[in-house]
Design a binder for this molecule. Structure first.
Ligand code: UD1
Ligand code: CA
Length: 501
């Protein structure tokens, strides 16, 4: 067999993700690692990065909120294995429980990577580099370190003649050690056998009375094994979130990464600080994203489309050249060169055709709108099919709900629906038909017909003068009547109070 090449490390035997801690400072009913940023839970980001190493096993150590965490894990990665740590006796204890659980399923050999469930910024590239360095150097363990401006709270990397000698926790550090700015990220690559050996010799003789995983490095170094380190270029990668302020900071950093990526891919983002993009989103070159816009879930935007300002698009497909402004959409498909907004709400099942329009104050749900059809103003269209080239007048409502069941509205091609029409579903308006403004449609409208469904207008002359004499309205009416009389006289006509009859 050939030696593994430098660029392709041997796949790790296991990645262990520690996620048993309580996360008290989140003050939340939701376990810390399930809090989200950029479209995924913190744990989801860590699992996704770990998966890129193609480990033989992916184990998550769960404890606090284990029911919720395990259920979430099953959803995002069915192959990952939760291992329960009943009581949190420290990082060494957590890793020991995980390795024992794996060993019970068969001997492990090779590289074991350890990382945390609350450090979502760590990239697959960095994990991969750690494993590569570890395997190429033939180390017993390689720790990912970072040089940070403020090392408070972290374990310090103690070196002798450049080599890592051990890690000292903040609470156990002498003032000289506390001054060290190279810190332990908590991410490691271990040789599986030596890891097991080191874990078996851990004690809890330290300031916190815990089994420290960090002590394994000291033990292996003392035994004369090679202990290596890889220093991460960008120390932000190893940041964890202990409270919601830190989570917001991680979210901002992650989002800046994503907006930076898409701008380099040819997307114009006018204000990256107010543009929020989930990891699942895909944007084609020459799309434009205007300020205050959130692109969530499996949203796709095709070339030349413009979205924003003030849009929240979730799992929405936007066609090439479309314009979407001030809109909230979810599970919608917006056709090529279609226009949406402002103040438009497109709900799941909405499909706008090519050059279709959903205008101001329009809500749609489970509605298919054909090519070139327009719903420009103030409408609700639900459970409906609209053909091509239709104009649906301002204020048109599909009354789809009878209080118990939902019913469909079917509108053909090139239909004209007058303003303020209510289409009481089930409703059908066939090809080329017209509906008069203000109609309440209860019966099918045949192709090419005009449907008028409203009360006849009746004028009761002189009503205001009789009912409210002396009011402004009565005076205005009288003035109008006398003007009309003068005009009629000038035209040589007979003045008449019943001119309108
Ligand atoms: C640990 C390291 C420290 C490092 C820091 C980086 C040790 C002894 N110290 O310190 O050198 O600088 O991480 O963030 O390892 N966990 C469990 N079970 C436990 C204890 C912890 O699953 O019994 C999990 C926690 O949920 C957390 C992670 O392990 O995700 C780290 O634990 P934490 O208590 O935060 O370790 P630190 O004291 O910060
Ligand atoms: Ca921590």
């Amino acid at each position: 067999m050939s030696e593994p090449s430098a660029s392709a490390p041997v796949r790790p035997a296991a990645v262990l993700i520690l996620a048993a801690g309580e996360g008290k400072r989140m003050k939340s009913a939701t376990p810390k690692v399930l809090h989200t940023l950029c479209g995924r839970s913190m744990l989801g980001h860590v699992v996704a990065a770990a998966r890129e190493l193609s480990p033989e096993r992916l184990v998550v150590v769960v404890g606090h909120g284990r029911g919720q965490v395990s259920a979430h894990l099953a959803e995002i990665d069915a192959e990952a294995q939760p291992v329960v740590q009943e009581v949190q006796h420290g990082t060494g204890h957590a890793v020991r429980i995980a390795t024992e659980a794996i060993a019970a399923q068969g001997a492990i050999d090779g590289t074991v990577v350890v990382t945390y469930g609350d450090t979502p910024l760590l990239t697959a590239g960095t994990l991969d580099a750690l494993v590569t360095v570890h395997q190429e150097a033939g180390n017993a363990v390689t720790v990912l370190t970072a040089n940070v401006p403020d090392p408070t709270g972290y374990g310090r990397i103690v070196r002798r003649d450049g080599a890592v000698e051990r890690i000292v926790e903040q609470k156990d550090a002498s003032p000289q050690q506390a001054a060290i700015r190279e810190i332990n990220s908590g991410v490691y690559a271990f040789d599986a056998k030596l890891l097991a050996e080191g874990l078996s010799r851990l004690t809890s003789a330290n300031a916190q009375g815990e089994e420290y995983l960090t002590d394994v490095l000291g033990i292996l170094a003392e035994d004369g094994h090679r202990v290596g380190a890889l220093t991460v270029a960008d120390h932000h990668e190893i940041l964890g979130a202990n409270d919601r302020a830190q989570l917001a900071e991680l979210r901002r950093i992650f989002n800046a990464r994503l907006t930076g990526h898409w701008m380099r891919e040819g997307v114009t983002i006018v204000d990256p600080a107010t543009t929020w993009i989930d990891v699942q989103v895909r944007l084609e070159p020459d799309t434009v994203v205007l300020p205050n816009t959130q692109l969530c879930g499996e949203t796709r935007i095709a070339a030349g489309a413009q979205v924003g300002p003030n849009c929240t698009l979730t799992a929405t497909i936007v066609g090439a050249g479309a314009r979407v402004t001030n809109a909230t959409t979810e599970g919608a498909v917006i056709g090529e060169s279609a226009t949406v907004g402002p103040y438009t709400y497109l709900r799941p099942g909405t499909r706008l055709g090519r050059k279709a329009k959903a205008g101001g104050f329009v809500e749609m749900k489970n509605a298919v709108v054909g090519d070139g059809s327009k719903v420009p103003h103030l409408s609700y269209v639900g459970d409906a099919q609209i053909g091509e080239g239709c104009n649906i007048g301002a204020g048109t409502i599909t009354a789809n709900y009878d209080g118990v069941n939902k019913h469909r509205t079917e509108i053909g091609d090139h239909v004209f629906v007058g303003t303020d029409t209510v289409l009481i579903a089930p409703a059908q308006v066939a090809d080329g038909a017209y509906v008069a403004a203000g109609s309440a449609i209860t019966k099918p409208v045949p192709a090419g017909a005009l449907a008028v469904a409203r009360g006849q207008q009746r004028n009761i002359d002189g009503w205001v003068e009789r009912k409210w004499p002396g009011t402004n309205a009565a005076q205005a009416a009288r003035a109008a009547a006398s003007r009309e009389g003068t005009a009629d006289a000038e035209n040589g006509a007979v003045a008449s109070g019943d001119a309108g009859k």
